[in-house]
Design a protein around this ligand. Structure first.
Ligand code: EPU
Length: 431
C-alpha cells in the first residue's frame, strides 16, 4: 500500500445498506503475539486485511516463526523461534509492537525491542509496561534506542496494582504471566472486550486465567501452551464507524456479524442524536432522519465507559448536528489533532485542552485534507461523506491501518469514494 494514496470523496449521498463487520484489529494483534508462546501450530482466523496485521506477521517471521496467510486466517508455527530482537524498522510500524516484550520474555527469557511507533495521540509512555515486567523478574536496560530485557531466573508471578487501567500493559502482563512460575494478580486491569478475547484464546491454549473483563485478573502460570484454532472477535469501533456514516448522512445502515453488547456505551448516543436503532444478538440497524440532534456531553473513559477510539467518530457526527455538543477526552492528552481538518471543511469546533465544543452547522463543504491518525482519519472520511462537493483526503495509510477495504465497503453502501495513488506528492506525516 502506497503511503501517498488518497481518497476522493463526492459527499452528500445517504449511506444505505448492510455491512459485515471485520475482525477486531486490537484483539488480533495481541493474539498473534501470543502465538509465540504455543507449541504446535496456531491458526488465527478473522484477521482483517490491514497493514497492522501485516506488520505483526512480519514481526513473527523475523523471529523465526513460519507464517502462512490464507483468506484472513494466519497460521503460525512458532516451533523454531530463533530471535529475540524486534528491529526498529518493524517496531516503528505499530504501537502495539510493545507487547512483543512480554511475549518474547516468556518465550525466550530475553527480548530486545525499540520504542514503539503508532498514532500521534499525545504522550504515550510505556512506564507501566516496564515497571510491571520488572515486578515479574525482568531486568530492563534502555540504551541505543533499544530496550534490552532479560529474565535471568525466569519470570515469576507478582501482585501488580496498575495506577491506570492500561490496555497494552494488561496485555503485556498477561502474555508474560501465562507461562511464568506461580500466580500473577493484576489489580485495576483493563476490562476492554479485546482483553477478554485474548484471555479466551489463551485459555483455549491451556492457560489458567480468571477475572478478565472484571478488573482483577488472576493468572496461574502453566508450563506450556498448545497451539489452537481461534476466531478473533468483531471490531466494535469499525461497527460504530459504519453506523456513524449513516447517522451523519441521514442514511440507514445495518452492521451484522458484530457484538452489540460491546457497543452499548456508544449506541445510546446515537439514540440521543435522534436515530432509530434495531438491535439483535449480532446486528444493529441505524436509521437516521435528516440532521442529527446534538449530544449533551460525551466523556471518554476506560471500558465500559465511552471509548476514546469512538470520540473522533462521534465528534464528526456532531459537526452537522442541530445544536452544540461537548466532548471531554480523558484517555489521551492530544486526541483532537484531526479537528482542524474538520474546521477546514466548515465545522465550528473550539478546543481547550481536553474539551471540545462543537457548534453544529447545516452543511460541511469539501476540502483538501489529510488524515492525522487512524480514528482522526476516519472522522475526516465521515465528514467528507456528509459534505457538499468533493473532499480529497491524503495520508490514508493511517485510515487503512484499522479499516479493511473501507472504500469498497462505503461504495457498496451508496457512497462515492475513489482511491487514487499519487506518486508525486509526499505525505505530510509518515504512517
Ligand atoms: N499509559 C501510561 N503508561 C503506560 C501505558 C499507558 O501512562 O505505560 C497511559 C497512556 O498514556 C494513556 C492511557 O494510559 O493515557 C491508556 O493507554 P492504553 O495503554 O490503555 O492504550 P494502548 O494500549 O496504547 C489501546 C488501543 C488504542 C486505544 C487504547 C485505549 C491497541 C493496539 N490500541 O492502546 O487503540 O485507544 O487502548 O482504549 O489495542 C486505535 O485503535 O485507534 C487505538 C489507538
Amino acid at each position: 500500500m502506497s503511503p501517498m494514496s488518497k481518497f476522493i470523496v463526492n459527499g452528500g449521498r445517504p449511506v444505505i445498506g448492510r455491512v459485515s463487520i471485520q475482525g477486531s484489529k486490537n484483539a488480533a494483534l495481541p493474539i498473534l503475539a501470543a502465538t509465540l508462546l504455543c507449541t504446535g501450530k496456531s491458526k488465527i482466523c478473522r484477521c482483517s486485511e490491514l497493514s497492522d496485521i501485516d506488520a505483526s506477521v512480519d514481526i513473527l517471521r523475523s523471529l523465526g516463526c513460519q507464517c502462512t496467510v490464507d483468506d484472513k486466517c494466519v497460521e503460525v508455527d512458532s516451533g523454531r523461534v530463533c530471535e529475540y530482537t524486534v528491529s526498529e524498522c518493524l517496531m516503528s510500524r505499530m504501537r502495539s509492537s510493545i507487547i512483543y516484550m512480554g511475549a518474547l520474555l516468556a518465550r525466550c527469557g530475553r527480548a530486545e525491542v525499540s520504542f514503539p511507533g503508532g498514532c500521534e495521540l499525545g504522550s504515550r509512555p510505556i512506564d507501566l509496561h516496564l515497571s510491571s515486567l520488572r515486578l515479574m523478574g525482568a531486568e530492563i536496560d534502555e540504551s541505543g534506542g533499544y530496550l534490552h530485557c532479560e529474565a535471568p531466573h525466569g519470570l515469576h508471578g507478582a501482585y501488580i496494582d496498575l495506577p491506570v487501567a492500561s490496555v497494552g500493559t494488561t496485555e503485556n502482563i498477561i502474555l508474560a504471566a501465562v507461562t511464568a512460575e506461580g500466580r500473577t494478580v493484576i489489580r485495576n486491569a483493563a476490562r476492554e472486550p479485546e482483553i477478554v478475547d485474548l484471555c479466551a484464546y489463551l485459555r483455549q491454549c491451556g492457560a489458567k486465567i480468571d477475572g478478565d473483563g472484571q478488573g482483577v485478573i488472576a493468572i496461574d502460570g502453566v508450563g506450556r501452551l498448545r497451539g489452537t484454532e481461534y476466531s478473533v472477535m468483531p471490531d466494535r469501533i469499525a461497527a460504530v464507524t459504519y453506523l456513524a456514516a449513516a447517522a451523519i448522512t441521514g442514511g440507514d445502515v445495518e452492521v451484522y456479524d458484530c457484538r452489540p453488547e460491546h457497543m452499548y456505551p456508544v449506541l445510546s448516543y446515537f439514540e440521543q442524536a435522534g436515530c432509530d436503532l434495531t438491535v439483535t444478538d449480532s446486528s444493529v440497524r441505524l436509521r437516521a432522519y435528516g440532521r442529527p440532534r446534538r449530544f449533551e456531553v460525551i466523556s471518554t473513559h476506560v471500558y465500559p465507559g465511552f471509548p476514546t477510539d469512538a470520540q473522533p467518530i462521534m465528534l464528526a457526527v456532531s459537526t452537522v448536528a442541530d445544536g452544540t455538543s461537548m466532548f471531554v477526552e480523558n484517555i489521551f492528552s492530544c486526541r483532537y489533532k484531526y479537528a482542524d481538518r474538520l474546521q477546514k471543511m466548515g465545522a465550528h469546533i473550539r478546543i481547550s485542552e481536553r474539551v471540545a465544543v462543537v457548534e453544529g452547522v447545516e452543511r460541511l463543504h469539501g476540502a483538501k485534507v489529510s488524515a492525522t491518525d487512524l480514528r482522526g482519519g476516519a472522522a475526516v472520511l465521515l465528514a467528507a461523506l456528509a459534505a457538499e462537493g468533493t473532499t480529497v483526503i491524503d495520508n490514508i495509510c493511517h485510515i487503512e491501518r484499522g479499516y479493511e477495504h473501507i472504500d469498497d465497503i462505503l461504495n457498496s453502501l451508496n457512497a462515492d469514494v475513489k482511491r487514487v495513488n499519487d506518486d508525486v506528492e509526499q505525505p505530510n506525516e509518515p504512517c
